[in-house]
Design a protein around this ligand. Structure first.
Ligand code: ZN
Length: 205
């Protein structure tokens, strides 16, 4: 019989992605062997996680509250970034992967998951597409050429999402591209290595 305090934590950990009952048990016993100050720091980090974070008002990515100025994250506020090029990513993990290639000078837009064939887009996803359409059209109206890069997984869900977004952004001055060759079909962005991502970014069409 495991003590209540252990079982309680196992129940929490096993609700996290990729962690089953067995791993959760292992994690909790590993925690028991950690010093008190580690546990305090860990617990506090978890407790304050949401309080310390917010979303950028432009790209929607999750950022530290203290790093946001005028509702913008450091990328969106950076004057060296080309605001007419917008890469649409599934989540912050994929954003990070593209950012690490060091080859991308545009800005991002975090779509927040992918669409799937069985359910309609959520209200939040519909709002995001409308926001994006509005944004790109404004760039076009000002005489600029907007480019939207669909930097999404090459899985069926990723392809479906890409097609859906593309359909809603149709405008003569909005160029919609997808990451080029190199990304394996059926692959998820986060598992692509840096070099592959870099090449697929440079080879986008
Ligand atoms: Zn931003």
């Amino acid at each position: 019989m495991l003590p209540y305090s252990v079982k309680n934590l196992i129940a929490y950990f096993s609700q996290l992605p990729g962690i089953g009952q067995r791993q959760a048990t292992r994690i909790v016993f590993a925690l028991i062997n950690k010093p008190e100050d580690f546990l305090e720091g860990f617990g506090e980090g978890v407790a304050r996680l949401k309080q310390n974070l917010t979303r950028c008002g432009n790209c929607g990515r999750i950022v530290e509250k203290s790093e946001v100025h005028n509702k913008l994250c450091s990328i969106c506020a950076d004057p060296r970034r080309n605001k007419s090029i917008i890469a649409i990513v599934k989540n912050e993990i994929d954003l990070d992967a593209l950012e690490e290639t060091g080859e991308y000078a545009g800005i991002y837009f975090v779509f927040g998951g992918l669409l799937n064939a069985l359910t309609k887009p959520s209200a939040a996803q519909e709002r995001k597409i409308a926001f994006l359409a509005n944004k790109t059209q404004k760039i076009a109206e000002k005489g600029g050429n907007a480019e939207v890069i669909l930097a999404l997984d090459t899985t069926p869900s990723g392809n479906l999402t890409a097609l859906y977004i593309e359909k809603h952004l149709k405008h003569p001055h909005v160029k919609v591209t997808r990451l080029g060759q190199g990304l394996p079909t059926g692959g998820e962005m986060e598992y692509a290595d840096r070099e592959t991502l870099k090449n697929s970014l440079l080879g986008r069409r």
